[in-house]
Structure formats: structure tokens, C-alpha cells
Design a protein around this ligand. Structure first.
Ligand SMILES: Cc1ncc(COP(=O)(O)O)c(C=O)c1O
Length: 408
């Protein structure tokens, strides 16, 4: 039988070791292809751990049916052992079904792969596994990885409810913060990140591609500005910046390839105020399919809810007013389920800027006093602004609560 193991992590390595041991007693496995996105790791399992011979390595993209089909065809695989991240189960299962090859879900049922030779099972938690401990494991006769972590993860991946398999992608505390912010902003889904900058990079790197255009206000936080004008420019994304209070110019600057229309209001640091509903309307009435994205860090949902004005996605540096105690850094995106889920499965998952659950806990604690703090901050800010405005040595004060401010 020709076997394909998809995944060369903990479960895939164990599957390969079991086949190797069973192979000593009867050469029932003709060829074993160990495949992983990380080819070097698959090679290490095939050569160093299994000793080459009938074990060969291939690079595979477990998210892609074409990639799975190609390896099945090339090696005339008759049986697939799925030892890869549970999130890809459906793609692998469907592809095997279509290709009419056997399928085994290793993480759940590793012990049944050779029914005539019942192995003694040793229960091991997935977290205990270390790739470089294979020799000790082999001596110890470890035959399966059956940990509550795997089972819960698999069950979560299969359930219709969103499950928490791995904290980089989702975590119960981070989810709670996401839900709280979605409720406050009036969006379908919220997704926390390690920082405001991480939130914006995940959004941009998920949704933008070479050849896209970004239309951006001329006053944006420095990291956002750098990402758009310096980093993304290197990858073929073009950004135009202009003063968004010149509303006619915004309409004229939209292009068929404009993917984002991005601004802050109030802007950091000039406190410029931009009319949310007016920009949303200009974009929606144009032929452009651009997504409107607003950094709501300074206003917070206590003062302003951009989604209610027709904006598509809201971002925050929750390091500021949302957290409120100066003891946690964080970022958050809120928008439709479709857009936020895409960012979760691409930008969050692969760039890795995930929120620390402890910081999410601290930010959730901060949200409980958001109203009290925002009222107090606003009262104090007005008092300071009025004092400075009346001071003979102060040339100008940027505070939108003063009649002299253009955004008053
Ligand atoms: C308006 C605004 N957006 C985004 C950021 C970036 O957020 P973080 O520092 O949490 O990465 C900041 C940080 O000062 C900010 O002021």
C-alpha cells in the first residue's frame, strides 16, 4: 500500500514512526510519503527519523486540493493519513473522497490504522510532544497522541460554532473582547490583535495586493503611514494621500482599483474631524468597490460609531482609551463577519500578531469603565483646552470642542 501522511508535526511524525515499527514485522507499507508545507521538516522525518528507504518527503499545501491531488497522483497513493491542522480537514477529506483513496484522521484514530496488530496505547498530551524527542518516544513505545487538547481542538474544528484550536487564531478571552467590541461598535464581529499596528497590518496584508490603490487622509498615525507609503509601496500597492475634509477631491481621487479608503477621526495629532457619513456615501455612490476603514482610536465607540454611519471596518489601538490603564497593548478590528473572518484566517493566522489573552482580559476590564473615563477625560480636556486657548503665550490649540477649531 502507498501511504501519504499529510503533516510532519507531532501527529505526522508519530504516524510515520508507527508505520516504521509495524514495517519491521511485515512490509505492508510499500511507500510512505511524508508531506508538509515545511519541506525541510518532512525531509527530516523521512530521512533522519524513518531512515529513508520507503519513506520519502514532499512539499504540500494542505489547503489546496490541487496540491493534494498532485502528490496522490505522483506517488499513486492509496491511503491518506491526515495529520495536519484540524482546520484543513474538510479540504483533505473532500479531496480524498473525490480521488477515491482511503482517509484516516490521525489525531482522533491513530490506533486503528493497523487493526491486526493492536498496539498498546500510551496517552500523551499534545503539548508534551517535542519534535526532537522522537528517539525517546520510540523507545518508550509511544503509539498515539490522544490528548484532550487534540480532541477538543478536533471537536471545535468540526462544530458549527467557532472553536478555539490555537491561541494565535482564536482564544476564549480574545473572543470575549472581540464580542464586547463588536457590540459597542455595532458590528458583526470583532477581532483583537497584539497592537493597533498589528491590527492594521493584518487588515492591509489580507485585503491588499499588488496593483491595488489606497486612498488615505493626509493625517494618519505614523506607523499606518509608514506601512502604506513605504512598506506596501515596495509590494506594488499605491497610496494617495489628501485632505479628506476636501470632500469633492475624495470623490475625484477614487479609482477603479481603489481597495481601501482609510482615515482617522479625530486625527492623531491635529484632531481634524472628518464627516464619516459623507465619506461613506461618496464611496458607496461611486463605481469603486473600495472598503471604507476608520481608525476610531481617539473617539472610541463612546463618542462615535463609524459603522452606523456606513463605514465598513473600524480599527482601534486599544492601548489607549479602551484599555484605559496604560498596562496593556492591543489592537482590534470590527466589521462584517465575512471580512473579519477572512482577516482572521489570513492576516492574523499567518502574520501572527495575535493578542495576548492576558492583555485582552485587561482591556475587557478597561471597557467596564470606558463611559466614566471618557466623560471625565472630555471634561478635563475641555478645561485644559480653554485654559491654553486663553493663554497669551499659546499660539494655537487643536481641540475640536473649541469654536476656533475647523471641526467644531
Ligand atoms: C490613532 C492611532 N492608531 C493606531 C496606533 C497604533 O497603535 P499601537 O501603538 O497599539 O500599535 C496609534 C498609536 O499611538 C494611534 O494613536
Amino acid at each position: 500500500m502507498k501511504i501519504l501522511i499529510i503533516g510532519a508535526g507531532g501527529v505526522g511524525t508519530s504516524a510515520a514512526m508507527i508505520i516504521k515499527r509495524a514495517g519491521k514485522e511485515g512490509d505492508w507499507a510499500e511507500k510512505v510519503v511524508i508531506s508538509d508545507y515545511n519541506f525541510a521538516r518532512a525531509e527530516e522525518v523521512a530521512d533522519k527519523i524513518c531512515g529513508g528507504g520507503k519513506f520519502v518527503a514532499e512539499r504540500i499545501d494542505a489547503r489546496s486540493p490541487e496540491s493534494i491531488r498532485e502528490i496522490i497522483g505522483k506517488h499513486e497513493v492509496g491511503f491518506v493519513m491526515n495529520a495536519v491542522e484540524p482546520l484543513f480537514n474538510e479540504v483533505i477529506f473532500d479531496t480524498c473522497l473525490e480521488a477515491r483513496v482511503g482517509y484516516l484522521d490521525c489525531a482522533m484514530t491513530l490506533s486503528v490504522q493497523h487493526p491486526e496488530k493492536p498496539f498498546e496505547l500510551t496517552n500523551v498530551k499534545l503539548g508534551d510532544y517535542q519534535f526532537d524527542r522522537h528517539e525517546q518516544w520510540e523507545k518508550a513505545g509511544v503509539m498515539a497522541i490522544v490528548g484532550s487538547g487534540v480532541e477538543q481542538g478536533m471537536a471545535a474544528a468540526r462544530s458549527t460554532e467557532a472553536g478555539d484550536c490555537y491561541t494565535r487564531i482564536s482564544n476564549p478571552t480574545n473572543n470575549e473582547l472581540g464580542k464586547a467590541m463588536a457590540a459597542l461598535e455595532g458590528g458583526e464581529m470583532g477581532l483583537p490583535f497584539a497592537s493597533g499596528a498589528a491590527a492594521f497590518s493584518a487588515l492591509a496584508l489580507t485585503l491588499l495586493k499588488a496593483g491595488d490603490h489606497v486612498l488615505c487622509d493626509d493625517t494618519t498615525y505614523s506607523a499606518t503611514n509608514y506601512l502604506l507609503n513605504e512598506l506596501l509601496a515596495k509590494f506594488g500597492v499605491e497610496t494617495t494621500q489628501l485632505d479628506f475634509t476636501n470632500y469633492d477631491a475624495v470623490g475625484r481621487a477614487l479609482r477603479p482599483n481603489t481597495r481601501f479608503v482609510f482615515f482617522e477621526t479625530p486625527c492623531n495629532p491635529t484632531m481634524k474631524i472628518i464627516d464619516l457619513a459623507r465619506i461613506a456615501q461618496i464611496v458607496k455612490e461611486s463605481a469603486s468597490e473600495a472598503l471604507t476603514v476608520v481608525d476610531n482610536t481617539f473617539a472610541t465607540p463612546f463618542v462615535s460609531t463609524p459603522l452606523a454611519c456606513g463605514i465598513d471596518v473600524v480599527m482601534h489601538s486599544s492601548t489607549k482609551f479602551l484599555g484605559g490603564h496604560g498596562d496593556a497593548i492591543g489592537g482590534i478590528l470590527v466589521g462584517s463577519k465575512a471580512v473579519i473572518e477572512e482577516i482572521q484566517s489570513v492576516g492574523l493566522k499567518n502574520l501572527g500578531g495575535c493578542a495576548s489573552p492576558f492583555n485582552s482580559f485587561l482591556i475587557l476590564r478597561g471597557l467596564k469603565t470606558l463611559e466614566l473615563r471618557m466623560k471625565h477625560c472630555s471634561t478635563m480636556a475641555r478645561a485644559v483646552a480653554e485654559f491654553l486657548d486663553a493663554h497669551p503665550k499659546v499660539a494655537s490649540v487643536y481641540y475640536p470642542g473649541l469654536p476656533s477649531h475647523p471641526g467644531y
